[in-house]
Unconditional design. Structure first.
Lengths: 112, 111
């Protein structure tokens, strides 16, 4: 079974609104990563957050990590039509630090 | 600096045929990965190589073999293709503790 599970699986919002995606995982992690995939393309890394960090920002992106609840969230503020893509979380387990496993993703549609 | 390259981009096989998917990275990364992506399933890890000379099974290794030829190259072999192996295959590389870099993918259809 996959380590991470994103919620919701699909999200449709208007341009300018904020989009929040959640990721839950099962085992202790070394770090958690968020990726974006445009249709028909490879994945592109967005943010990496380590297990001793609680929040991280990059431009319009904010990622939080709650290791006690084994969950993370990705917030995209002031969304744009170009943000339309699938978003995946990936986890690196404690001790298995080279094994990176992904969730099933959230498909985000931003309507202009 | 090409990043991660994969060949071929598209392939159609008949059931029972074999083929090797090639992956190369020029970022001097120690770790390399093979994933498959199916609709509604996200990315599932097939095999990974933490460093040159080592390989380990991921979540869905059955029906596949891998070779870490050198630090740059990591190939995935299907010995006897089955329709269930129709998928998009992604190769990725990573330096320990950091993010992954992905190739553009190989779209494989097995008829």
């Amino acid at each position: 079974s996959q380590q991470g599970e994103e919620d919701p699986q699909a999200l449709s919002i208007q341009e300018g609104e904020n989009a929040t995606m959640n990721c839950s995982y099962k085992t202790s992690i070394n770090n958690l990563q968020w990726y974006r995939q445009n249709s028909g393309r490879g994945l592109v890394h967005l943010i990496l957050i380590r297990s001793n960090e609680r929040e991280k920002h990059s431009g319009r992106l904010r990622v939080t990590l709650d290791t006690s609840k084994k969950s993370s969230s990705l917030l995209i503020t002031a969304s744009r039509a170009a943000d339309t893509a699938s978003y995946f979380c990936a986890t690196v387990p404690t001790g298995g630090y080279q094994k990176v496993t992904f969730g099933i993703g959230t498909k985000l549609q931003v309507i202009p | 600096n090409a990043g991660v390259t994969q060949t071929p981009k598209f392939q159609v096989l008949k059931t029972g045929q074999s083929m090797t998917l090639q992956c190369a990275q020029d970022m001097n990364h120690n770790s390399m990965y093979w994933y498959r992506q199916d609709p509604g399933m996200g990315l599932r890890l097939i095999y990974y190589s933490a460093s040159e000379g080592t390989t380990d099974k991921g979540e869905v290794p059955n029906g596949y073999n891998v070779s870490r030829l050198n630090k740059r190259e990591f190939s995935l072999r299907l010995e006897s293709a089955a329709p269930s192996q129709t998928s998009v295959y992604f190769c990725a590389s990573r330096q320990q503790g950091n993010e992954q870099y992905f190739g553009p993918g190989t779209r494989l259809t097995v008829t």
